[in-house]
Design a protein around this ligand. Sequence first.
Ligand code: TA6
Length: 304
Amino acid sequence: MYDETLPTVDQLQLGELACWRVHTRHAELLVAQQGAQVLSYQPHGQEPLIWLSEQADYQPGQSVRGGVPVCWPWFGDLKRNPATLQALYHGSAPAPAHGLVRGLDWELLGIDTEDSAVNLRFACLQPEAGLPGWPHAVDLQLHIQLDERLCLTLSSHNRGDQPIVLSQALHTYFAVSDIHQTRVSGLAGSRYIETLEGWQERQQAGDLKFHGETDRIYLDTPARLSILDPGWQRQIHLEASGSRSAVVWNPWIDKAQRLSQFASDAWQGMLCIETANVLDDVLHLAPNEQKSLAVSLWAEPLQE
Ligand code: TA6
């Protein structure tokens, strides 16, 4: 039955955070103003596609565990990034993991609704002098398009007169029925960095299966990756653009104990595949150049 009242966009408060709940005839989406962080995404009649921790804590200045945190202007540990990128950080404080923007307040520039689709556009509010320790004029926007699919586009525009190099990721947490049964297809033949064993370079053979903590940076990745989930008889597709690298992460048992906002058994029902520009795929922006990193997400039945 078509509900003429849809789509709707309602504002709500989760803990200390201002959020929006978007409801269309295809799905429901929750997004926080802080970090322009998509918190959850559930197509109607399906299990959630994007995972959100049951222990999520909605506090200013800290990323909510789950959803799609935006890692920018570097991914991960700054010291593991290329030297040219490290040199752009002049902070006295140690560089925070995953950059400077996921805990900042962003500005909602606009919401457009049309019959079955909703578009939200956020801009990262940056002081005139630039981000703390990162005094560079680079405008950052996130465009969220919800229709039959969810498409996220992260755009960086170098407004300065010097070239900029940055790394970034849409750090997407996916919900899966059981990580033990879950596989990732599309990575076969790709090089990857095994961050848990001395950052050695290896090559993926066949589908990626999970037997323990996994934290790998895949390089030369194809546009399409898929999460095959026999438990929920579904496959989740990721179609990337502007990215040839992806990070695959599951904390497994031991690391799960050390994570904030993370139940001890939550590792069994989640998997991160992070659409990225990292290592030899970092982003180079000439003065006044703009580039975008995007990923489209959708699910379909899996017959196995
Ligand atoms: O993307 C993988 C990773 O770098 C892991 O090593 C783990 O640290 C994860 O990100 C979560 O990081 P966070 O800072 O959000 O707890």
